[in-house]
Design a binder for this molecule. Structure first.
Ligand SMILES: *[C@@H]1O[C@H](CO)[C@@H](O)[C@H](O)[C@H]1NC(C)=O
Ligand SMILES: *[C@@H]1O[C@H](CO)[C@@H](O)[C@H](O)[C@H]1NC(C)=O
Ligand SMILES: *[C@@H]1O[C@H](CO)[C@@H](O)[C@H](O)[C@H]1NC(C)=O
Ligand SMILES: *[C@@H]1O[C@H](CO)[C@@H](O)[C@H](O)[C@H]1NC(C)=O
Length: 397
C-alpha cells in the first residue's frame, strides 16, 4: 500500500515537472522571444565552453561565485581528467580487457552455488530436493567459518573449502566471498556464481533458476545511491583519489555473478584495498561495512551496464529494523511464496530522515521479469513446511 502510494506520488512529481518545463501557453501574443534572451543564452554557453577548456585550477578562481555556486557549476561540467596512478592504469587495463574478452564457451555450463555459513546448513534437505535430477549442471561450495558442517544431503559432502574466520560487518566477510569465488573459478564449466547464506531458500525449481541466470549477460549485483547516513555517510575521504564519493554505492551482499565479473573481482587488489583499509566499523568515528559497499561501488564504477542493480535474493525490510524479518514456522504458507515470486519491481529506500523510495521494474534484455530466485531469512524451524511447499510448486509447473 505504502509503496504504491509512493510510486503514485513520484508520478505526480514527474507531471509537475513537465508542467514547469512546458507551461501551457495562454497568452499567444507574448510568445515572441526578446533578443536579449538569445544574447544571454549565448553568453552563458560561451562562458561554459571557456570554463570547460580552462578549468579553475584553484578554488580562488571561484571568487565570482559564492562557494556553493562554484560547486554547482563544477558539478555541471564534465569531470576534469585526473592523472591516474600507475596502479590505477594497470588495474583499469586488466579490468577492461577481461570485460571485453568473450567468456570461454563451455560444453557443460554449470552454476556454482556458494554457501557462506557458520556451520551446518539447516536447509540442506530442501536444497537436496532442488538439485535432484540435475547432476552435472551445478557445483556446490561451502565456506563454513566456525564449525565443520554435518551433512544431510550427499550433494554437500566434501564440498567445504578451506575457510577463515568471518566477523560480521568486517572485511573478513568479503575475504570469504573472494575465497569462494576463487575456488569455484577453478572449474572452467562454472559460468555463473551464486552467493547464498545458510538462511536462504530457493523460490523456484532448478530449471527456472538455471535458465534465468544462464541466459542473461548481466550479474545480479545490488547497487544504489543512498545519500543518507547508512549510504554515502559511511564514505571516507581516505578512499581518494581512486574512489570518489559520487561513485560510492550501497547494496545487499547476496549477489550472482557471471564468470567475467568473478574474474574481475579476482584481478582487483587496488580498489579492494581501499575498502579493506577505510570501510570498516569505527572508521572516522562511523561504521562502514565493506560487504555492503565494495562490490556495489566497484561494479558501478567499472561496468555499470553489466549489473542489474538488484539482488535476486529477496529479503523483507518492511519492519524497518536493524535486521530484516526472520520468517518463522507460523509465517510460512504457499501464499507467502507466491507473493514473493510475483514481485516484478525492485525497491530501494534511502536512509535519510526523509527517506526516498525508488521503485524500478526488474528488467533485462528489454523484458520485465520476476525479481527473485531465492529468499532469506528463514529460521531452521521452517524447513518441513518449506519442503512441502517446494514439492507442491515444483510438481505444479
Ligand atoms: C546483453 O545483451 C543485450 C541483448 O543482446 C545487449 O543489448 C546488451 O548490451 C548486453 N549487455 C551486456 C552487459 O553485455
Ligand atoms: C544500473 O545502474 C546504472 C547506474 O545507475 C545504470 O547505468 C545501468 O544501466 C543500470 N543497469 C541496468 C541493467 O539497468
Ligand atoms: C500476499 O499479498 C496479498 C496482497 O498484497 C496480501 O493481502 C497478503 O496478506 C499476502 N500474504 C502473505 C502470506 O504474505
Ligand atoms: C500442497 O498442495 C495440497 C493440494 O493442493 C494442499 O492441500 C496443501 O495444503 C499444500 N501444501 C502446502 C504446504 O501448502
Amino acid at each position: 500500500m505504502k509503496l504504491s502510494k509512493a510510486w503514485r506520488l513520484g508520478h505526480l512529481g514527474m507531471k509537475d515537472m513537465q508542467q514547469m518545463l512546458h507551461p501551457p501557453r495562454h497568452r499567444g501574443g507574448q510568445l515572441k522571444k526578446p533578443t536579449w534572451i538569445i544574447v544571454l543564452v549565448s553568453l552563458v554557453c560561451m562562458f561554459l565552453v571557456v570554463a570547460y577548456i580552462y578549468p579553475p585550477q584553484t578554488s580562488s578562481a571561484c571568487y565570482i561565485f559564492s562557494a556553493s555556486g562554484c560547486q554547482t557549476l563544477s558539478s555541471w561540467l564534465p569531470p576534469s581528467v585526473r592523472e591516474l596512478s600507475d596502479d590505477e592504469v594497470a588495474a583499469r587495463v586488466v579490468i577492461s580487457n577481461i570485460l571485453n574478452t568473450p567468456p570461454m564457451k563451455s560444453k557443460n555450463p554449470k552454476i556454482a552455488f556458494m554457501f557462506l555459513s557458520v556451520g551446518s546448513l539447516p536447509f540442506e534437505k530442501l536444497w537436496d530436493k532442488f538439485f535432484q535430477g540435475h547432476e552435472g549442471r551445478f557445483s556446490i561450495y561451502i565456506h563454513a567459518s566456525r564449525d565443520k558442517p554435518v551433512h544431510s544431503s550427499s550433494y554437500f559432502v566434501n564440498r567445504e573449502i578451506r575457510s577463515g574466520k568471518v566477523e560480521w560487518g568486517t572485511v573478513s566477510m568479503v575475504e570469504a566471498e573472494k575465497r569462494l569465488l576463487a575456488n569455484a573459478l577453478k572449474d572452467p564449466d562454472n559460468q555463473h556464481f551464486v552467493l547464498l547464506s545458510d538462511s536462504c531458500v530457493p523460490l523456484h525449481d532448478f530449471d527456472y533458476v538455471y535458465n534465468y541466470l544462464m541466459y542473461t549477460n548481466i550479474s545480479f549485483i545490488d547497487s544504489f545511491s543512498d545519500p543518507g547516513p547508512h549510504g554515502s555517510g559511511r564514505y571516507s575521504e581516505h578512499m581518494l583519489p581512486e574512489v570518489e564519493k559520487k561513485y560510492f554505492r550501497k547494496g545487499a551482499q547476496w549477489f550472482t555473478m557471471k564468470r567475467q565479473h568473478a574474474l574481475v573481482v579476482m584481478a582487483d587488489s587496488l580498489y579492494y584495498s581501499k575498502f579493506r583499509d577505510y570501510c570498516k566499523p569505527g572508521m572516522d568515528g562511523r561504521n562502514c561495512y565493506a560487504d555492503e559497499h565494495y562490490l556495489p561501488t566497484f561494479f558501478h564504477m567499472h561496468d555499470p551496464n553489466g549489473i542489474a542493480n538488484w539482488s535476486v535474493t529477496h529479503v523483507d525490510w518492511s519492519e524497518r529494523k536493524w535486521h530484516p524479518k526472520s520468517y518463522e514456522k507460523k509465517d510460512i504458507s504457499e501464499q507467502l511464496i507466491k507473493n514473493i515470486t510475483s514481485i516484478t519491481e525492485s525497491v530501494h529506500v534511502t536512509s535519510e530522515e526523509k527517506a526516498e523510495t525508488t521503485i524500478l521494474p526488474c528488467m533485462w534484455n528489454g523484458m520485465n521479469r520476476p525479481c527473485y530466485l531465492f529468499a532469506r531469512k528463514f529460521l531452521p524451524e521452517t524447513l518441513d513446511s518449506m519442503i512441502d511447499i517446494f514439492s507442491n510448486y515444483t510438481t505444479k509447473t
